[in-house]
Design a protein around this ligand. Structure first.
Ligand SMILES: Cc1cc2nc3c(=O)[nH]c(=O)nc-3n(C[C@H](O)[C@H](O)[C@H](O)COP(=O)(O)OP(=O)(O)OC[C@H]3O[C@@H](n4cnc5c(N)ncnc54)[C@H](O)[C@@H]3O)c2cc1C
Length: 492
């Protein structure tokens, strides 16, 4: 008999297991993936975590910063008010107020707790800060990054879990919950082709969303979603959501919503750990999008990339043939993110716009050329370009405006990158309370059942502030593990 069984092997699950181990002795982690693919979506991330910090002093509790680094960087601050505002705004005021408050309030303590366990962090100079006039400035509220990115984070949490005596079974797929009128008492598991019942006093579900399940995607997100590529793990097929619903749990949140981004058009069906997150193409604020009809279709500069990228995958999916080209000129080439320089890109280069539009596969080149010329003519060139702020350098008079960072496309060579929709994770899921207990559809907590991470519904709707997923898993994984550990010990 285990004290706590954790279903899942990603960030939320491992944080839950570590928190449980502070209060209980026998902890088991069930990871569906084999060891080399373990760690779920968490392993695919850059390890970026959105946290509240009131200045560099808070960051110094997490990162070893040299005086020189402090001197040449404007870390700014990211206050609880800003995080709350960002959550409310991007979720169109739908985010669960209690869970969101906990997410924000516990964000810094959760990563400090991870640090105290041995997880190491750095600052995300590479992707979240621009160097203007010799000084780096963090622009998007997202400063913290796990050392080694997602793989570093998962490997570190796994090692720490092992050191804390936590048992981990790989290739162990949870199939259903063992439950009765008194609550949950364990998990039915299939491991190495054999199904067994594993008893536990409490169970924490942290097995991700249902994005890798094309049938559920089409059923809940809507027709056409089977055509999206999965950015991360192939193992998050909604198992734990289904297990909990079968045991009487309440479904909540944005079941037709998900996090989805611009992703290499010819990427494989699921994520590839050798490439990680590099199929993504997040520099669109510096260029323009064109669809198969040769038309722009979205405001590429509506907001900082951290606040638009997660909803633009859906917009791309809804274009004819589910793809688009991102177009840049030589002026911004140096500003394109590292992911534009991998070998596995669908890219064309040309010396003129006339030549470029002819090279864009599947695009009406005549309309494309007209569209690019109309865009160029509409740019307010009198407003200076500044990537660190919403600079208001915009177009005027276009049906689809570009509200910031509107540079003319006038300096060859021109480059274009083909993208489609890559789904990251689904937003709908299980209803939990402030103790991360799973709520039943009758409105009571299900005794012995907790949940954290991607499979919790009600927090993210329509959109998502970049870097909140790992924080969400850490905060609620920690709460779930702690409460499960305490309950298991009290039951002994
Ligand atoms: C390419 C990419 C980049 C990203 N970048 C970032 C970033 O930089 N910052 C950020 O905050 N977020 C990022 N995200 C989102 C982030 O990955 C997720 O929000 C977060 O990792 C979810 O953590 P989790 O522990 O809930 O789920 P996961 O990490 O996905 O873990 C779920 C686990 O459950 C296991 N599992 C599934 N079914 C079963 C079963 N039946 N039995 C047992 N185990 C099961 C899976 O194998 C997996 O180990 C990114 C996602 C992707 C795909």
């Amino acid at each position: 008999m285990y004290d706590v069984i954790v279903v899942g092997g990603g960030n939320a699950a491992l944080c839950a297991a570590l928190a449980a181990a502070e209060f209980a002795k026998k902890i088991l982690v069930l990871e569906r993936a084999p060891e080399e693919e373990s760690g779920g979506n968490s392993r695919f991330t850059a390890g970026l975590m959105r946290i509240v910090y009131n200045g560099v002093e808070d960051l110094k509790t997490l990162i070893d910063l040299s005086d020189d680094e402090v001197a040449r960087t404007d870390f700014g601050a990211y206050t609880a008010e800003q995080f709350l505002d960002d959550m409310a705004r991007v979720t169109e005021y739908r985010c669960d107020p209690d869970l969101t408050e906990l997410l924000v309030k516990e964000s810094l303590p959760a990563v400090q707790w991870m640090r105290s366990k041995g997880v190491r962090f750095t600052a995300a100079w590479g992707r979240q800060a621009f160097n203007v006039g010799g000084r780096f400035k963090f622009w998007g509220g997202l400063t913290l990054e796990a050392v080694g990115g997602g793989p570093g984070l998962v490997d570190s949490l796994t090692q720490i879990a092992r050191k804390n005596g936590i048992e981990i079974w790989y290739s162990a797929r949870a199939l259903s919950l063992l439950n009765d009128d008194q609550g949950v008492h364990g998990v039915r598991v299939r491991k190495a082709g054999k199904t067994a019942e594993v008893k536990g006093k409490c169970v924490v579900l942290a097995a991700g969303g249902f994005q890798a399940n094309p049938e559920w995607r089409t059923r809940y997100l809507g027709p056409g979603w089977e055509l999206a590529k999965v950015r991360g793990t192939r193992f998050n097929t909604g198992d734990a959501i289904r297990m909990a619903l079968d045991a009487g749990a309440a479904a909540t949140g944005n079941w037709s919503g998900c996090h989805a981004v611009a992703w290499e058009r010819n990427a494989p069906e699921f994520g590839d750990l050798a490439i990680g997150d590099q199929f993504q193409k997040h520099s669109y604020p510096w260029g323009v999008y064109l669809n198969a009809q040769g038309r722009r279709f979205v405001d590429e500069g509506a907001d900082f990339r951290n606040y638009t990228y997660a909803k633009y995958g859906r917009v791309i999916l809804s274009q004819p043939l589910q793809f688009a080209w991102q177009i840049f000129d030589a002026k911004v080439k140096g500003q394109l993110r590292d992911e534009y320089r991998i070998r596995q890109v669908t890219k064309v280069v040309a010396g003129s716009l006339e030549e470029l539009v002819k090279k864009l596969d599947d695009v009406d080149s005549e309309t494309a050329l007209k569209e690019l010329r109309a865009y160029n003519a509409a740019v307010r060139q009198d407003i200076p370009f500044n990537p660190n702020v919403k600079d208001g350098r915009r177009t005027e008079g276009l049906a689809i405006p570009k509200s910031n960072w509107a540079n003319t496309l006038d300096t060859p060579p021109f480059e274009a990158y083909a993208v489609t929709c890559g789904i990251t994770f689904t937003f709908g899921g299980l209803k939990i309370n402030n103790h991360a207990q799973v709520m039943s559809s009758d409105g009571e907590p299900i005794p012995g059942l907790y949940a954290a991470g991607e499979l919790v519904g009600g927090i993210f709707w329509f959109n998502y502030p970049g870097g909140s997923g790992l924080t969400n898993g850490a905060v609620f994984g920690r709460i779930a593990g702690e409460n499960a550990g305490k309950k298991a010990t009290a039951a002994a």
